[in-house]
Design a binder for this molecule. Structure first.
Ligand SMILES: Nc1nc2c(ncn2[C@@H]2O[C@H](COP(=O)(O)OP(=O)(O)OP(=O)(O)O)[C@@H](O)[C@H]2O)c(=O)[nH]1
Ligand SMILES: [Mg+2]
Length: 299
């Protein structure tokens, strides 16, 4: 092995809900990206950094690629496309427990031009009906450029298969200096991470009602008590005025549950004691508003 260190950006790509964010968190050994059972949870290119003696891999988690021409969805596809183009390597995540279908065929077609820089992670091997051979047969026919040695079995949920992925990607990575300081595991801003954790808690509790209609804005964050406490004011924003009631819940129960769950997780993630002041407001039709989308789904 050369003594030079390696470095690469790795775009993590696939259908919605295949487990990309769960896998990125496992690879990074830290909660970098939020996770939910609702498809299209991830809305940004989210970087998670892995430092090893061999060098550094920067995983770029991306929104699941869903075939729809709605404005928000088109933005999400753009984020995915840009990440694929910009990255030196691609980690293509597939769900072994779901038949491929048209959406998967479209993704394979998108990745055909970069098959030589792609590793396939066949995820959810723990799930009932997981079909590794079937998934590899799909890959062989649609992406023959990916050899069997780069089709890896994974269960992100059961923490299995991450090391093989890291080592395969380091084998393919080029030499280069680290892209981030070695103590970093993500480059997200504090405001963004807080907003995402709140959104995760909200999505997971309101998933029947309005997961896609929500976004979160952190209005203010301030250290208090000689830097021991972090006070945060954030807004959960619905698309319609009439949806606010659902988020608040009967007697304020729902917003309280979301606030406490978010606060608990933020206390685990950060060294400060977090005080979260969480409120609800509406921003009519934000999913069709270019200015809001630009702010929310920055590259
Ligand atoms: N059984 C099983 N479930 C998994 C595995 N990995 C992820 N999941 C579940 O799949 C669901 C979606 O996971 P995410 O990590 O949010 O999926 P994603 O691909 O990032 O989804 P989007 O951001 O919406 O594109 C969650 O309920 C996860 O717990 C796995 O290895 N096995
Ligand atoms: Mg995700």
């Amino acid at each position: 092995m050369s003594s030079e260190k390696k470095a690469a950006f790795v775009a993590v790509v696939g259908r919605p809900s295949v487990g990309k964010s769960t896998l990125v968190n496992l690879l990074c050994g830290a909660k970098v990206a939020i996770v939910s059972v609702v498809p299209q949870t991830t809305r940004n290119a989210i970087r998670g950094i892995v430092n090893r003696p061999e060098g550094q891999l920067v995983f770029v988690d991306t929104p699941g690629r869903h075939a729809s021409t709605r404005k928000l969805n088109k933005k999400l596809i753009e984020v995915s496309d840009r990440s694929i183009t910009d990255a030196e390597l691609v980690l293509y995540v597939l769900d072994a427990s779901r038949a491929p279908g048209e959406e998967e065929v479209a993704i394979a077609a998108r990745l055909a031009v970069c098959a030589d820089k792609t590793v396939a992670a066949v995820n959810k091997m723990d799930a009932q009906g997981a079909d590794y051979e079937g998934t590899v047969a799909f890959l062989n026919s649609h992406l023959p450029g990916i050899p069997a040695s780069r089709c890896l079995k994974v269960s992100a949920l059961k923490h299995q298969g991450a090391e093989a992925i890291v080592s395969c990607l380091f084998d393919m990575a080029g030499e280069g200096p680290a892209l981030y300081p070695e103590e970093y595991y993500t480059d997200q801003t504090l405001h963004f991470r807080i907003a995402e954790i709140i959104r995760e808690k909200a999505i997971n509790r309101l998933r029947q009602e309005l997961p896609h209609s929500l976004y979160v804005e952190v209005a203010d964050a301030e250290l208090r008590d000689e830097g021991k406490r972090l006070w945060v004011r954030a807004f959960l924003i619905t698309e319609r005025e009439s949806q606010k009631g659902m988020v608040v819940g009967k007697g304020g129960e729902m917003i309280k549950t979301i606030r406490l769950a978010a606060q608990q997780e933020l206390n685990r993630l950060f060294d400060w004691k977090v005080d979260l002041d969480l409120r609800v407001k509406s921003s009519p039709d934000w999913r069709h508003n270019d200015a809001v989308l630009r702010r929310l789904i920055a590259p």
